[in-house]
Design a protein around this ligand. Structure first.
Ligand code: ZN
Ligand code: FE
Length: 241
């Protein structure tokens, strides 16, 4: 499976997944339509599916126009179907979504939104996590609790360490600057901040990340309890970095 990153809006990443065997192409969380249609066309790919992780407009805003252009099939969280009127299929924990020969497994990760889901592809060691886990960060708690988000992060952290994590935003630099205030003695984190500063100065993306990197440097995953996590999440909400 080929995976292409499409940067859109100020800091969103839309992911294009292509299975060469079947010729199928899926879009994960299309914030907008035009750059996504252009990226597919440029490669000679026809978009056959959209996978949404949650209802926020910067993850679903392109649904309607991409469907109008391609007649693709749209899958998203059952718990948010009322807020994503373009869904063709509603999925829940444990459901499978196929892209040709590639099988994704749906897990429910409520907290950023109440029905947020992630798509795990074990055979590709890839996880599409929307706004749940970010490089050195995690999603804000708009519709759920610290306990829920902490449980989500522990679950994702238990994936094989080499799993690549495809987040929906480039928030890495701001997350890293906060993270070093929480774990000033974490050498891996200090090195990663320097790497990220260099990458961003050069205009490079810092996503995908990996589970191994996040276990070593993500202060939200590394929190020792849901209470400690809650304190860190609040600290980040108020961080001016
Ligand atoms: Zn969101
Ligand atoms: Fe978002």
């Amino acid at each position: 499976m080929e995976i292409v990153r499409i940067p859109v809006l100020s800091d969103n990443y839309v992911w294009l997944l292509h299975d060469a065997g079947s010729g199928e192409t899926a879009v994960v969380d299309p914030a907008v339509a035009d750059p996504v249609l252009a990226a597919a066309e440029q490669r000679g790919w026809r978009i056959t599916q959209i996978w949404n992780t949650h209802w926020h407009p910067d993850h679903t805003g392109g649904n309607q126009a991409i469907k109008a252009a391609t007649n693709c099939f749209i899958t998203g969280p059952a718990a948010e179907a009322a807020r994503i009127p373009t869904l063709d299929r509603q999925v829940r924990e444990g459901d499978r979504v196929s892209l040709g020969g590639v099988q994704a497994e749906v897990i429910e990760v409520p907290a950023h939104t109440a029905g947020h889901i992630a798509y795990l592809i074990p055979q590709e060691k890839a996880a599409f996590v929307g706004d749940t886990l970010f490089a050195m960060g995690c999603g804000r708690l708009f519709e759920g609790s610290a306990e829920q988000m902490y449980a989500n992060l522990q679950r994702l952290a238990a994936l094989p360490p080499e799993t690549r994590v495809y987040c929906a935003h480039e928030y890495t630099l701001s997350n890293a600057r906060f993270a070093v205030t929480v774990e000033p003695d974490n050498q891996a984190l200090a090195r990663r901040l320097a790497d990220v500063e260099a990458a961003r100065a050069a205009g490079e993306a810092t996503v995908p990340t990996t589970i191994a990197l996040e276990r070593a440097t993500n202060p939200f995953i590394r929190a020792s309890s849901a209470e400690a996590f809650a304190e860190r999440r609040l600290g980040k909400d108020n961080f001016k970095g």
